[in-house]
Structure formats: structure tokens, C-alpha cells
Design a protein. Structure first.
Length: 767
């Protein structure tokens, strides 16, 4: 049996077995609703890419081996109204000591570096270097006046935990892995620890990947929760305006609300947490799901208008279900296909979002065709009256389509010109966005990052150098290779490289008064062994931060570069490091900057693969729905054109694709074909009734046009509400999608009739 017939049979069976259908819906709600209680939140690199992604595994491997690699920074300034004028003032050192001591006890924090407790190499008795602390017990060291200038000159301090002028400081919190639970515990502990000092007049700025994911993610979650009631009210108002019936509006929203609950419940039972992608799931399903109810109610209203009295309500509903079952099924399938096209993405979170959204779309269809007919047949007929509501829609439709139907060839010429302009814009489209463009200029994490940059950037690029088997970290070959990699990796956009050579050079200068030589006849292995032995004794945590059995670590700070520049930077480092390695050595380029670069690559690949997959799936489903390959290709023209026009406009205006807007093409393709399928299905029915092409187009527009306008208004409004979310990337996604949906509706109302009038007659006849 054909699937469309099964959807119709589902609706008719539900009408015949109303109580059993209601009980089944309640059981499904109870079972799946229990899963909704299991949905947690997740953030961080693992949440986006998945714990099994190679770049995440590399990051966690380096963090586990060296005890570093996933940092965030807490900066503070000693000026203006602050209780200190220098990082070396007693109040500032007491602050740094208290925070470092408290945060070091948090589960998942590997180490905390700060001005009060970090080791500083300085000469002591007989001028022998010792690792000193400026405030070992929270109180300034007796010789602080001599230690402070040395700290400002030490490469492990200047630009790391103190600013060059000493008026700002930072605590660098290093996490043991990239898990979101680790980041949340550490960031929450940091915010709690800062509160008493903020009351004393200190100001702080937190920066780094863990802070962005936790703080910005929670801000997005709160905003999304506030938007759901607004979307419900807005979509409900649109449905009420279309049918002038509050019970119908509430009924449609309640049914799609059940489907949303089922979807979130399935997500919980699957153990998939909620992240930034899933924040748009409620708005998506509420607006998409209600469209199926709009088409059912509109068709039912049309059939009732043709009936002499309310005695034909059951027959009118059955006929209406017969009219819309097929197009509704295939529009649901095409929309689900648009979401499912993310299956090939390297972003695990986007793949999961796609599958849950696809399930939610189909659940909305099932709920609409099983529960809505039961309610409609029991509502008073006067609550579903099209006479006073649809007349205005028809007038607007007549005005819109009159030009296209009278001058179809001119319409096609104008469309071709628009397509050329879109192609020119597409050539300039870029997948790029800066840090500020993703979150927004006024976002908390953006303002914090700017303030923290006065001391240091919390983002790093990490190189894990694996030594040949049996080679020690003190071997001249190992240290010479590390020094060579320091020179190779140095470039604009990256800060001063830090490795075990950094304290070794400083220690050698204190001991011998000259520079450490790593190559040539002066390279004495015993000297390297002695320096590393002294470092291990004086500053064991500093030593293990850069040295592990059979491996050395090189760390470089990085700026907040736009995506394209970051990709080029990381790619050039990977290429040059691979070319510079001697035989027997291997290196892994990782760290937050490398992870973000890989995420950008995955977004680019997803944009291309998802659009291609969605186009194929939508084309096949359109052919099955219309039972005609030619009509399916015809439906794709007004469907793909708005996508290309939207992307072309973004390219012409310089609006880049980012992690949010990268989803637009596949989603709009799945949604945009819906109106074309409904319109062409009605057109086929009218042609089968013997009407001429122009008359069939006019009759089809009168039949389904009001529902198309209502559903497009609901979709556009639902997506447009997303402009109020705090993340600029998701706000752009909502705005761009709303514009694309409006363009798709116009293409269906203007371009599709023109195409139907100029194509050969045999392509529009049913077989």
C-alpha cells in the first residue's frame, strides 16, 4: 500500500477508534515524556564534535600527558577604583593566592598559575637559582621589591600571568580534559570564588573556550526558554487570524506540542544532551508542525463551505483528509530529509539535531492526522468557517499572481536576471565569521575576552612532539628539534612559544650568564641533563607541564582571528611542522585553536554535503508525491531559487556563513518545497477534472493558497523570533531563514504559475 494512503487510513482509523487513539497518544506521551526529564545540557568541544572525533582525542591526549592544553584565564586590573595599583600590591597578591588555592581544589582542575603562587626562578644563596613564590602564604615575600622586576622580565610571567606594565594580572586555570562537566565545575567555582572580591571593588574578565561554552551556552539556554512562550503566542495568533477561531488555534498548538514533547523525550532516552543546536528545536518544531494542522483545517473549511449544512461534517472531513494526506506526507518527508541531510556532518551535535528534528517533523504529521480529525469532527461547525477569513487571502493571491499569469515569459526573464545577480553574489559568499560576529559585540564573553587580552589570550595552539623510541627529553637532538619547531611555528597571529626550553634558557642565564646553545660543539648533553634535573627539583609542576616520557610540549597563544584566517594559520603550522620534523620524530598539532579550526572545516563540509543530499532526497520525494519526474523538477525550480537568491544576497552584502547560517540551505530546501507540492497537487487534481491550465492554476491557488500564506506566515514568524537570541550566529540563522521562506512563497506564487503556463502541455498533464 502506498504510504500516502496509509496516512489517510491512519486518520480514518483514528476517527473510527477515537478512544483507543486517545489512549495510545496518552501512553506515548507518558513513555516519551519521561525521557524528557533525562535531557541534560552539554557544551564544549566534545558537545559539538563528539568525544570520538580525532581532533578531540588529540586534545585530550595532550592534556592527559602533560597536564595542560585546555585553559581558561581570569584576569583582573589594578587601576581606577580597584583596591590595588599593581599586581604586586598586597591586596592583589592576596586575591591571587586565595583564588589559586581555592580553584586548585576543584575536581578536574589540573593546575592554576597566578602571580602569587607560580614559580619564579631567581638567584638566592650563593647566587644559585631557586624557584620562588611572590606570596607563598598569601602574604608578600620579604624581598618582593627585588622579585617583582624579575617577574616582569621572565617569559613565563610577562604576557602570561602579568601584563608588561604590571597593572593587570591573570590566573590561568588548566583543565584535565575537554569534558563539559569539567568546564562547568571549574567555571562555576571560579564565578563563586570571584564574588567576594567583586564586592571589594575588583573587576574580573574570564576568557577561553570553557568560559565561552558554559557562560554563553547558558545565556542562550535562558533566552531560548523565554522565546518559546513568545513563539507559541505569535504562531497561535497567526492561526487565529486565519480561521478566527481560538479553539482551533489552541488545538493545533496543543497537538504540535505533544509532538515536541515526544521528540525531546526520545532525545532523553537516547542520552543525547541539549547543546546550542538543540536550542532552536522547540521553535522549529512548533512552527513546522503547526503547518500540517493549518492545511487540514483549511481543506476542511473549504469542504464545509461547499456543504449545505453541518450534517456533512464527517464527509467533508474525510474528503479534506483525502485532499491533503498525500501532499502533507511528502512535505513532511522533504522537511525531514532536509534535517536528516546533516547525517554526514563531522559535527556530532548537528547530526543528532538533524535526526531528532526529522523525527519531530514526522511525529507532528502523525499527531496531526490521528488526533486533529477526532477533535475537528466534535467541534461546532461554526468554529471552522472560511467565508470571512479566506476572502482577504484570495484577494491578495489574485493580486500577486495576476502579473505572472498574464505575462509568464516576462516573469521568467526577470527571474533569470535575478538568478544572474544571485550567481554574482554567490561568487563572493564566504564561510567566515569573527569571534564577535558569532556571539555579538555586546555579548558577555566578547567583552570579557577583550578585557582579558590586556594580559593574555586564553586560546592556545599546542604541539605534542613525540621522540624516537629510547630518546630522553634531555637529548641534544630532542631539544634542537624542539627549538627548530619553535622557530617554524612562530608567525603573526601566534604569541611567543613556550616549552621546556623557556625555563631552561632562563636557568642557564642565571647560572652561567650567557645564552643556552643547543647545536654545535658547545652542546653538552650533561649540561642539558643538569638543567632539567634542577628544574624537576625546583619546579616539578612546571617541568611536567612541558615534559612527559618520550614527548615534549610546545605551547603558543593565539589571537581571536576570523575563521578564514584561523584556518589558514593552523593549516600553515601543520604543514610547516610536518615538513620540519627529522626522521623518527612525529608531532601532533592540537589545542583549542586547532579544534576550532577543525570545527570550521566541518561546517564547510556540512554546508556542501547537506545541500547536495537534501537536493537529491527532496527531488526523489517530490517525484513520488507528484508521480511525475517533470513536475518534480518543476517544483525544484522555485524551491532552490530562493535558497540561491538568499545566499547570493548574503555574499553581495558581505554576510558570511557561520555555524548558524550554515544550516540554512538544507533546511530551507526541505521547507521551501512544501508550498510547491501542495500547489502542484491541487493543480493536478484540477487538471484531472478537465480544467485548462490557466483555470487549473487559478482553482489550485484558490484552494490551497490561503493555507500556503498562513503556514508561510507561521514559519517566517517562528524563525524571525530567533533574532532575539543572544548569539548573533543563531539570530542570523533565524533572520536569513525567515527571508528565504518568504522568498520561497513568492517564487511559488509567481514563478510556478508562469512555468506551468509556458511548459509543454504534456509535462503538465497527468498520466
Amino acid at each position: 500500500m502506498e504510504y500516502a494512503a496509509r496516512v489517510l487510513r491512519l486518520a480514518l482509523w483514528s476517527l473510527a477508534h477515537a478512544r483507543l487513539t486517545a489512549v495510545s497518544a496518552c501512553l506515548a506521551t507518558l513513555v516519551l515524556g519521561a525521557g524528557a526529564l533525562r535531557v541534560g545540557s552539554d557544551s564544549g568541544y566534545r558537545a559539538f564534535l563528539g568525544a570520538g572525533h580525532p581532533v578531540v582525542r588529540d586534545l585530550d591526549a595532550v592534556a592527559a600527558r602533560f597536564g595542560g592544553g585546555v585553559p581558561f584565564a581570569i584576569s583582573f586590573a589594578c587601576r581606577d577604583a580597584a583596591p590595588c595599583r599593581s599586581v604586586f600590591d598586597p591586596p592583589a597578591l592576596a586575591l591571587a593566592h586565595a583564588l589559586a588555592t581555592q580553584l586548585a581544589k576543584v575536581n578536574g582542575v589540573r593546575r592554576v598559575d597566578g602571580p602569587a603562587t607560580s614559580p619564579l626562578l631567581a638567584p638566592e644563596l650563593f647566587d644559585l637559582p631557586r624557584a620562588r613564590q611572590l606570596a607563598p602564604e598569601g602574604r608578600p615575600a620579604p624581598d618582593l621589591a627585588e622579585l617583582a622586576p624579575r617577574a616582569l622580565a621572565d617569559p613565563l610571567w610577562a604576557g602570561q600571568i602579568v601584563s608588561p606594565d604590571g597593572t593587570a594580572g591573570a590566573l590561568v586555570v588548566t583543565l584535565e580534559d575537554s569534558a563539559s562537566e569539567t568546564a562547568e565545575r571549574a567555571v562555576d567555582a571560579a564565578l563563586a570564588a570571584l564574588a567576594p572580591f567583586e564586592a571589594r571593588g575588583f573587576t574580573f574578565a574570564l576568557a577561553g573556550g570553557p568560559v565561552e561554552f558554559v557562560v554563553a551556552g547558558r545565556e542562550l539556554d535562558r533566552a531560548a526558554r523565554r522565546l518559546v512562550p513568545a513563539i507559541v503566542v505569535l504562531v497561535g495568533a497567526i492561526v487565529w487570524l486565519a480561521f478566527r477561531s481560538a479553539p482551533l488555534a489552541l488545538l493545533a498548538l496543543a497537538i504540535v506540542g505533544l509532538a515536541l514533547l515526544w521528540s525531546v523525550g526520545l532525545q532523553g532516552w537516547l542520552g543525547w544532551p541539549r547543546n546550542s543546536f538543540f536550542q532552536v528545536l522547540p521553535p522549529l518544531l512548533l512552527t513546522i508542525g503547526v503547518c500540517y494542522g493549518i492545511h487540514v483545517v483549511a481543506a476542511y473549511a473549504e469542504r464545509l463551505a461547499a456543504s449545505a449544512s453541518g450534517e456533512g461534517a464527517s464527509r467533508a472531513l474525510s474528503a479534506a483528509l483525502h485532499d491533503v494526506a498525500r501532499p502533507c506526507l511528502y512535505t513532511a518527508l522533504t522537511t525531514a530529509a532536509g534535517f536528516a541531510s546533516f547525517y554526514g556532518s563531522g559535527l556530532e551535535s548537528l547530526v543528532r539535531f538533524g535526526w531528532i528534528a526529522a523525527f519531530g517533523v514526522m511525529a507532528s504529521l502523525v499527531a496531526t492526522f490521528s488526533l486533529l480529525p477526532i477533535a475537528l469532527v466534535r467541534l461546532p461547525v461554526r468554529w471552522t468557517s472560511p467565508a470571512r477569513t479566506h476572502a482577504g487571502w484570495r484577494t491578495a493571491l489574485t493580486f500577486l499572481t495576476r502579473f505572472a499569469m498574464r505575462r509568464p515569459r516576462l516573469t521568467l526573464v526577470l527571474t533569470a536576471l535575478l538568478s544572474l545577480l544571485a550567481a554574482a553574489g554567490l561568487a563572493r559568499l564566504r564561510i567566515d565569521a569573527s569571534f564577535e560576529e558569532i556571539y555579538g559585540e555586546e555579548n558577555q564573553v566578547v567583552r570579557w575576552a577583550r578585557a582579558a587580552a590586556e594580559v593574555r589570550s586564553a586560546e592556545t595552539l599546542e604541539l605534542g612532539l613525540a621522540l624516537p623510541p629510547g630518546m630522553e627529553a634531555s637529548a641534544p637532538e630532542a631539544l634542537a628539534t624542539l627549538a627548530h619547531l619553535e622557530a617554524v611555528a612562530a608567525r603573526p597571529g601566534l604569541g611567543r612559544p613556550l616549552s621546556i626550553l623557556t625555563p631552561m634558557r632562563e636557568l642557564h642565564r642565571l647560572l652561567h650568564g650567557d645564552e643556552l646553545v643547543l647545536a654545535g660543539a658547545a652542546s653538552e648533553p650533561e649540561r642539558f641533563v643538569s638543567l632539567q634535573r634542577m628544574l624537576r627539583r625546583e619546579a616539578p609542576e612546571l617541568f611536567t607541564l612541558y615534559v612527559a616520557p618520550g614527548a615534549l610540549r610546545l605551547s603558543l597563544q593565539g589571537e581571536k582571528l576570523p575563521q578564514d584566517e584561523l584556518r589558514a594559520l593552523v593549516s600553515s603550522v601543520e604543514r610547516d611542522v610536518a615538513a620540519a620534523l627529522p626522521a623518527g620524530f612525529s608531532a601532533t598539532v592540537t589545542g583549542p585553536l586547532a579544534v576550532v579550526s577543525r570545527m570550521i572545516d566541518e561546517i564547510r563540509a556540512t554546508q556542501i554535503s547537506s545541500f547536495g543530499s537534501a537536493l537529491v532526497l527532496v527531488g526523489v520525494l517530490a517525484a513520488l508525491c507528484l508521480r511525475s519526474v517533470k513536475l518534480a523538477l518543476l517544483a525544484l525550480v522555485p524551491t532552490t531559487l530562493p535558497v540561491l537568491l538568499t545566499l547570493g544576497a548574503m555574499g553581495a552584502l558581505g554576510v558570511p556563513l557561520d555555524i548558524g547560517t550554515a544550516m540554512v540551505a538544507a533546511i530551507v530546501l526541505g521547507l521551501g518545497v512544501d508550498e510547491a507540492l501542495h500547489l502542484l497537487s491541487a493543480y493536478r487534481r484540477r487538471r484531472d477534472d478537465g480544467l485548462a491550465r490557466d483555470a487549473a492554476i487559478d482553482a489550485a491557488l484558490r484552494e490551497v493558497g490561503p493555507a500556503l500564506l498562513t503556514s508561510a506566515a507561521a514559519l517566517g514568524a517562528g524563525f524571525l523570533v530567533l533574532v532575539f537570541v543572544p548569539w548573533k550566529s543563531l539570530a542570523s540563522f533565524g533572520a536569513v531563514t525567515a527571508v528565504a521562506i518568504a522568498a520561497s512563497l513568492l517564487a511559488d506564487l509567481l514563478l510556478l504559475p508562469a512555468l506551468l503556463l509556458v511548459i509543454p502541455r504534456r509535462a503538465s498533464r497527468s498520466r
